[in-house]
Design a protein around this ligand. Structure first.
Ligand SMILES: *Cc1c(COP(=O)(O)O)cnc(C)c1O
Length: 394
């Protein structure tokens, strides 16, 4: 039987999964502003007002810094499709789900992929990349994920970037889960193409993918033998709109831009450094709380990404039942494990507006309740108490 189309009324969830994160109320309000034309001087001003703080969060002076119209994967396509063409060799680091997605895209560009792999939950070691660069002279780029949302690993980038540049390769970095929650020092490390998304640590709805192209990347793109295989993300055309000329390419999603602008205003108000410190502080409290419940974190301390924590599902506990109970009885979303970590871990996000002490306490409390319903024995208040020792009382 067909249901009447009732008024839209999705539940207001606490989003503590791998993304999207909760959207700040000011960002929702900004999205209600009227749509205007893409060449309206007021819109152009608004676009500039978005591109400027975007350079600040990327810590870059790159001219070509703009939001791709599309989600994080569109940012990934923009990075890979512009740089890679038929016959190129590309080194891709794979220690999780999103490295594999890059491999898929690079193949569609006609590039030959050299895989550098690590176990899900471990970092890629610089020596592995060095060996791949030595074995594949002329490799055009090294691609790597900064914060692997499937594993919770925060990948150190400095040595790998230096090695790539010594071999004349570009560095392409996925910062979808790190931008706005971790340091992304684009110019300091000379990262050549770096993309992100709006719905993780920037806490706007999904729909845009901030990206920045450095001078070396633009030179490489200028020397392509064939046009970019994607019309939509071809930066040789997009730069005519997102650069000085402001000439039509496609209609940017205005309301999403309003959202991103307000989200970036929130980042600047808080201060990027303070925001990064907040992500770290709340994550450390979560880690302490989970360990106090007797749970084991999947990633070693120095390589944990504050925005995304993977915690191992204890013996005898039904992973899915706990996750569903958190969602339907506590109104809290967390994520399941992917690939080899399916059924092995839960993924807990503390991204952007979702990264708050109150949310850490709520999650630890709810998880303790659901674990005890599963027959798991741990002091129900131990998690909250351990977190409170780091954060102050709930
Ligand atoms: C979420 C995510 C993506 C994909 O972004 P979508 O917005 O889902 O297209 C890519 N890379 C990483 C590391 C992510 O976490």
């Amino acid at each position: 039987m067909q249901r009447d189309l009732s008024e839209l009324n999705p539940p207001a969830r606490l989003l503590l999964g791998p993304g999207p994160s909760n959207v700040h109320p000011r960002v929702y309000r900004a999205m209600m502003a009227p749509v205007i034309g893409y060449l309206d001087p007021d819109f152009i001003r608004l676009l500039e007002d978005t591109q400027r703080p975007l350079r600040a969060v990327f810590r870059t002076e790159n001219d070509l810094t703009f939001p791709v119209s599309g989600t994080g994967s569109a940012g990934m396509e923009a990075a890979l499709y512009n740089v890679l063409e038929e016959g190129d060799t590309v080194i891709i680091c794979i220690n999780g789900f999103f490295g594999e997605r890059m491999v898929d895209m690079a193949g569609r560009c006609g590039a030959r992929v050299v895989r550098v792999e690590a176990e899900w939950g471990r970092i890629i070691e610089p020596e592995q990349v060095a060996a791949a660069l030595r074995a594949n002279p002329g490799a055009k780029a090294v691609c790597i994920v900064h914060a692997e949302t499937s594993t919770g690993v925060l990948q150190p980038l400095a040595d790998i970037a230096r090695l790539a540049h010594e071999h004349g390769a570009l560095v392409i970095v996925d910062t979808v889960t790190s931008l706005g929650g971790c340091e992304v020092p684009v110019d300091d490390l000379g990262l050549d193409v770096v993309y992100s998304a709006t719905q993780k640590c920037l806490s706007a709805p999904p729909g845009m993918a901030p990206i920045t192209f450095g001078p070396r990347a633009m030179d490489v793109i200028a020397q392509r033998r064939s046009p970019c295989r994607s019309w939509y993300v071809d930066v040789t055309m997009l730069r005519n709109y997102y650069g000085e000329a402001r000439r039509y390419h496609h209609t940017p999603p205005m309301s999403m831009l309003y959202a991103l602008r307000e989200a970036l205003r929130l980042v600047l108000e808080e201060g990027l450094e303070a925001r990064i410190a907040r992500h770290r502080r709340n994550a450390q409290a979560l880690w302490a709380g989970l360990e106090a419940l007797g749970l084991q974190l999947h990633v070693e301390e120095p390589y944990r990404a504050p925005p995304l924590t993977t915690v191992r599902v204890p013996e005898g506990v039904n992973e899915e039942q706990v996750r569903k109970a958190l969602l339907f009885e506590h109104n809290i979303e967390i994520g399941a494990g992917l690939g080899p970590l399916q059924g092995q871990v839960w993924r807990i996000g503390l991204m952007g507006y979702s990264s708050q002490p109150g949310n850490v306490f709520a999650l630890l409390q709810a998880l303790a309740v659901e674990l005890s319903r599963q027959g798991y024995r741990a002091s129900p208040s131990a998690g909250v108490e351990a977190a409170a020792r780091l954060l102050g009382p709930p």
